[in-house]
Ligand binder design. Structure first.
Ligand code: AMP
Ligand code: GLY
Length: 432
């Protein structure tokens, strides 16, 4: 089989790594990839957001499967283009990708289908938003969200009317997020523990994948600014069997059935950010792609053929496959460039990769990296590496991950030292 993976981050390195292990995959390519994918797959130098260029390339190469990593090309209609060309694609249509691409669409969808989520209002007019946000009766804290894709920056947690009004007006005037901010969702702030839930769908059938916890803040103790994710572990210590059943029944099933009934059946991965509240699990957001760095802990736990699962999702045969997972824990620690998620330098030489990557149970997934002609690997992004360890339990996986992290360095490197620490302490206490 001939497979193309689209994207160039840590998520895509993990996707390529898992596909390389499939006996059925002969030719594997990645566009545009990074220094990590280049060691496992041929590089196709087309950017992930060049929908026309990617469609043209796929039409010439006649892939057996195209796996789309990031959300932007999906929202822009890449899956639709590939289907028109009769090329199997893993990833939803533009219409189904609105679950991530438009927060107004996804909130109104949840309302139509009685799916538990934070209560909300939609604004398109600046003065109406300001009036509501400054009104006596409006309860704080609340959350202000830009409707469209905003590279993870379009969500403002507001404690006061001033902060909320400033955020909403910055969006509605087009000042902060361009067209993505022309509509705004204002919603209730939910309290609880957040968890990452993944399912594969093929339009009709749905299968659950493993669960994860993501650490979104830049600094230890959940301090500092929000990031794309500074580390993960799987399985989640918070999504027990009973809670997972509730998520499947109250959230996943009505979502997949609702999209089908509205004429946009969902194919691909649906990644649901869930808040576990006192009233039960509620949807924080839907994503039409895998999480990053969630994928870097999901795939090392997979016990089976990744290609078979993705192809089944693309071709409507998910009822014939069942993913299985190793009964082990995976921890991923993200090593980032100093300054991330703000401005950061590029081009620093990374040392110690060979020492870390060769260890038992360790995989170093590349995100923002490039390789020089002389073989040196350099930083080229904010999140640079995701160091994943598999262990018999969370404590063991954490120890192995951090031992590997200690081998790797570059000028200005930063990482969190507490990925999984809260849950490891809780699990240890239960055991004692
Ligand atoms: P989103 O892109 O909608 O997932 O928002 C990004 C992050 O903001 C989420 O992962 C949560 O940590 C936080 N967040 C979003 N909506 C809410 C909410 N209604 N209540 C509390 N936190 C939220
Ligand atoms: N790690 C969160 C995300 O991929 O959206």
């Amino acid at each position: 089989m001939k497979v193309l993976v689209i994207g160039g981050g840590g998520r895509e390195h993990a996707l390529v790594w898992a596909l390389r292990r499939s006996a059925r995959v002969r030719t594997l390519r990645c566009a545009p990839g990074n220094a990590g994918t280049a060691a496992l797959a041929e590089t196709v130098p087309i950017p992930a957001d060049d929908v026309a260029g990617l469609a043209e390339h796929a039409a010439t190469e006649r892939y057996d499967l195209v796996v789309v990593g990031p959300e932007a090309p999906l929202v822009a209609g890449l899956a639709d283009r590939l289907l028109e060309l009769d090329i199997p694609v893993f990833g939803p249509s533009a219409a189904a990708s609105r679950m991530e691409g438009s927060k107004v669409f996804s909130k109104e969808f949840m309302e139509r289908h009685a799916i538990p989520t934070a209560s909300f209002k939609v604004f398109r007019d600046e003065s109406e938003a300001r009036e509501y946000l400054m009104a006596e009766g409006t309860a704080y804290p609340l959350v202000v969200k830009a409707d469209g894709l905003a590279a993870g920056k379009g969500v403002i947690l507001a404690d006061t009317p001033e902060v909320a009004a400033e955020a909403a007006c910055g969006m509605l005037t087009g000042r902060n997020f361009g067209e993505a901010g022309r509509a705004v969702v204002v919603e209730e702030m939910l309290q609880g523990t957040e968890a990452s839930f993944f399912v594969l769908a093929d339009g009709n059938h749905v299968v659950e994948l493993a669960t994860c916890q993501d650490y979104k803040r830049a600094l230890d103790g959940d301090q500092g600014p929000n990031t794309g994710g500074m580390g993960t572990y799987s399985p989640s210590a918070y999504l027990d069997d009973a809670t997972r059943r509730i998520v499947m029944d109250a959230i996943v099933s009505p979502t997949i059935a609702g999209l089908k009934s509205e004429g946009c059946p969902y194919r691909g991965v649906l990644f649901i950010g869930v808040m576990l509240t006192d009233e039960g699990p509620k949807v924080l957001e839907y994503n039409c792609r895998f999480g990053d760095p969630e994928t870097q802990v999901l795939l090392p736990r997979l016990d089976g053929d990744w290609f078979d699962l993705l192809l089944a999702s693309a071709t409507g045969t998910l009822d014939q496959v069942r993913p299985a997972w190793l009964d082990r824990t995976a921890v991923c620690v993200v090593m980032a460039a100093g300054g991330y998620p703000g401005s950061y330098g590029k081009g620093a030489a990374i040392s110690g990769l060979d020492r870390a990557d060769g260890r038992d149970g360790i995989v170093v997934f590349h995100a923002g990296t490039t390789r020089d002609d002389d073989g040196a690997v350099r930083t080229s992004g904010g999140r640079v590496l995701g160091v994943t360890a598999l262990g018999d339990d969370l404590t063991c996986a954490r120890r192995k991950a951090y031992e590997a992290v200690a081998e790797i360095t570059w000028e200005g490197e930063q990482h969190r030292t507490d990925i999984g620490a809260d849950a490891a302490a809780t699990l240890e206490a239960i055991r004692e």
